[in-house]
Design a binder for this molecule. Structure first.
Ligand code: TNX
Length: 515
């Protein structure tokens, strides 16, 4: 009797020791991360997040504390655990530890070291900590994305990840002019792109069909110019308060908002609101179709520049980033001899308000100010003209990154004037070798625009962006030499469950083995 009792006690002790102490083997290399990190070293064991796990942050560093709290908030819904967030002056023995350290690279560089007791997250800046958290997110079961408590073990494989982005500018663009999208949809878009370590959101705030940002000194821009959209719907606009809220929400996720006011073409909405911006002083009719290239500001009227000065002044005051986008594309009815001095003058207005200029590749016809970026979407020759003037290029070739391009001829949304872009085509290209004369050093980064002539709601946004945008994120982040389609398509398949749990309506390309 005594022996049997002792035996069962010992067995129970051993078993419970196994349960709590013996770590479960896991392989970090099987985690299928996107974007692929610079360096991954697996050590074969695992870390488990439990209710007892504390998230420590480096004492006295508010930025680090903010990220620690962000992580705790992220983990809460699916784990059902409100993890403690605590300051520490020294490296703790166990838990999750976020801190700054001087890493070689930029403030986006991070290292993530996981062993059985500790997850050590270090970066030289807040952005790096945020990206480490996004990686950690992909190391957890996909059910971490759920909005309610899940019954699972929150295990992460052990090892070390050292990671740093290839390009400093990794962005997406949302056209809120052709169809207007509510603040909550823009925030979702921000959530999605920040998951894959993108850091810029370019908002196309004005076009022929709608003016979408409140400008207090020219109120009819939104009252009239914001009152409709493609197809004749009710349109809409962001008040300055709403816009600032978007900027702040994005900033928390390490995303800079780049506002675009497209000019001198793509301006019908403004021309409908204020007759004096037209050469004939006659207000234009509001436009709800999808043609391009028919409108222009009257480039030799002084009131046009007073107007632009006011708009840029108000916009710059709400812009935390360094860039304002001035459009400049498809000004088919602005003679080149008017277009060039116009772009020259508008650049100076942007500079006066302390911001740098981005413009679509046509602006390279003008005299570019130092620091102006040329966004190459159509003509490589324009991009090269910019490079010849010392400008850097933002790479957005319509044939590769335009998210409004259809996947194939059966896609029910989108356009196909540039190409059909299947998931492989969106991934298999290199910005730095696409054409002769545009080299790695000329390029600041990559941006994927989603034009919204045919896109009317968040579901449709998701369907056109996913999964192509994930590939674009990898092109921006990962060294070109580490990119490989066969390897990528396997990793992409593993994003399926995560996208499903997030409620993302994505295109199930036949080129990917989703099951
Ligand atoms: C071209 S891209 C445009 C946009 C359209 C888009 C549709 C660019 C600078 N201009 O005005 O929305 O094609 O794909």
């Amino acid at each position: 009797m005594y022996q049997t009792l002792m035996f069962s006690i010992i067995t129970m002790l051993l078993l419970s020791a196994c349960n709590t102490k013996e770590p479960i083997p896991m392989d970090l290399n099987e985690k299928h991360l996107i974007p692929k990190p610079s360096k991954v070293e697996a050590t074969g064991s695992s870390f488990e997040i439990t209710a007892a796990t504390t998230i420590f942050y480096e004492e006295g560093k508010d930025d680090v504390k903010g990220m620690a709290q962000f992580l705790a908030d992220f983990l809460q819904p699916a784990t059902g655990m409100a993890l403690a967030v605590e300051a520490t002056a020294t490296k703790p023995a166990g838990g999750i530890y976020l801190h700054f350290s001087a890493l070689e690279g930029t403030n986006e560089t991070y290292t993530l070291e996981l062993n059985e007791n500790l997850i050590d997250i270090s970066a030289s800046g807040e952005a790096g900590l945020f990206y480490a958290i996004q990686t950690l997110r992909q190391l957890l079961p996909a059910s971490i994305e759920a909005t309610s408590k899940q019954d699972t073990m929150w295990l992460l494989p052990s090892g070390k990840i050292e990671d740093s982005p290839n390009y400093t500018y990794r962005g997406a663009m949302l056209d809120v002019s052709r169809h207007f999208f509510q603040v909550q949809d823009v925030k979702k878009f921000i959530d999605y792109i920040s998951m894959y370590k993108m850091n810029k959101l370019h908002l196309h705030l004005s076009d022929d069909q709608g003016w979408r940002i409140e400008i207090k000194s020219w109120p009819k821009l939104t009252a009239i110019g914001g009152s409709t959209e493609v197809g004749g719907g009710e349109g809409g606009f962001y008040t300055q308060e709403e816009y600032k809220d978007i900027v702040a929400y994005a900033k928390k996720r390490q995303i800079t908002i780049i506002p675009e006011i497209d000019m001198p073409g793509h301006t019908n909405a403004a021309l409908a609101a204020y007759p004096e911006l037209n050469c004939d002083n006659k207000a234009r009719e509001l436009y709800t179709g999808t043609k391009v290239g028919f409108s222009t500001f009257c480039t030799d009227k002084e009131v046009v520049y007073e107007f632009i000065d006011d708009v840029i002044r108000e916009l710059a005051a709400m812009t935390t980033g360094e860039y304002i986008h001035i459009g400049g594309d498809e000004s088919h009815v602005t003679p080149l001899e008017d277009y060039i001095p116009f772009i020259n003058r508008v650049q100076k207005i942007v500079e006066k308000y302390g911001k740098k200029v981005i413009g679509w590749d046509e602006i390279a016809h003008a005299e570019l100010l130092p620091n102006t970026l040329v966004q190459w979407w159509a003509k490589a020759d324009n991009a090269k003209k910019g490079i010849a003037q010392g400008a850097k290029v933002l790479v957005s070739p319509a044939t590769k990154v335009y998210l409004d391009m259809q996947y194939d001829s059966t896609t029910h949304l989108g356009l196909h004037w540039a190409a059909y872009i299947e998931v492989d085509s969106a991934y298999i290209w290199n910005p730095a070798t696409m054409v002769d004369g545009i080299k790695r050093d000329d390029i600041i980064g990559v941006e994927s625009p989603l034009w919204s002539e045919t896109i009317t709601n968040l579901d449709e946004i998701e369907y056109m962006m996913f999964p192509r945008i994930i590939g674009h994120a990898e092109i921006g982040w990962t060294e070109a030499s580490q990119q490989n389609w066969e390897d990528y398509r396997l990793r992409l398949a593993h994003q399926k469950e995560r996208m499903e749990i997030l409620g993302i309506d994505f295109y199930k390309s036949p080129l990917v083995d989703w099951d």
